[in-house]
Design a protein around this ligand. Structure first.
Ligand code: ATP
Ligand code: MG
Length: 165
């Protein structure tokens, strides 16, 4: 179906705010000034963004702030970026994050509950959507998880967000 990316991401952020508050993390959301539509499965995409925003809050907690940005850079296609300012992830772990049950270290595994399946599911869903997950991380500075949709999968151009008011 047709999915309104801004609305979907807003829904996810709103539903995770109580959890973020408990961790002392502020989620900042930036949306483009027009509607961004893609073709996809809204429930699956909610799962994707929920896991990424939850991870950013949970593992990036010390950064106190998580930035979620929806952009629509014409040729490049729509993107959703989730950035945290936490401890980051050492280089050798990054390529393995989407493996099932992969969790970075004993310390985080002990203090933060999780199964290590979230990113494997994210990867699976994004592959079905012909979208890519780009992970960039600098230890000591934070991590960025960027979901890039295929420009060809953009939905019908929707003139402006007025029609959703
Ligand atoms: P689940 O999502 O199944 O509840 P999980 O969060 O451990 O469990 P994933 O979402 O697949 O599983 O993440 C895998 C591992 O990647 C995490 O355990 C954590 O070690 C690391 N990780 C994920 N996101 C971040 C992040 N933003 N900053 C630092 N480490 C991260
Ligand atoms: Mg997770």
């Amino acid at each position: 179906g047709q999915v309104d990316l801004g609305r979907t991401v807003t829904h996810v952020v709103d539903s995770l705010r109580p959890m973020a508050n408990e961790l002392g993390v502020e989620i900042e959301l930036s949306l483009p000034d027009h509607t961004v539509m893609i073709s996809g499965d809204v429930d699956e995409l909610i799962q994707v963004f929920s896991n990424l925003v939850e991870n950013a809050c949970k593992y990036g907690q010390t950064g106190k702030r998580v930035e979620v940005t929806v952009t629509d850079m014409d040729k490049e296609g729509p993107q959703v970026t989730i950035q945290d300012f936490g401890p980051g992830i050492a280089k050798e772990h990054v390529p393995r994050l989407t493996e099932r049950f992969y969790r970075v270290d004993v310390e985080t595994s002990r203090t933060k509950k999780g199964t290590g399946l979230g990113l494997a599911i994210v990867k699976h869903i994004l592959t079905r959507h012909r979208a890519r997950l780009i992970i960039r991380s600098t230890p000591g500075e934070g991590s960025t998880f960027c979901v890039k949709f295929n420009p060809a999968d953009q939905g019908e151009a929707v003139a402006s967000k007025e029609i959703y008011k």
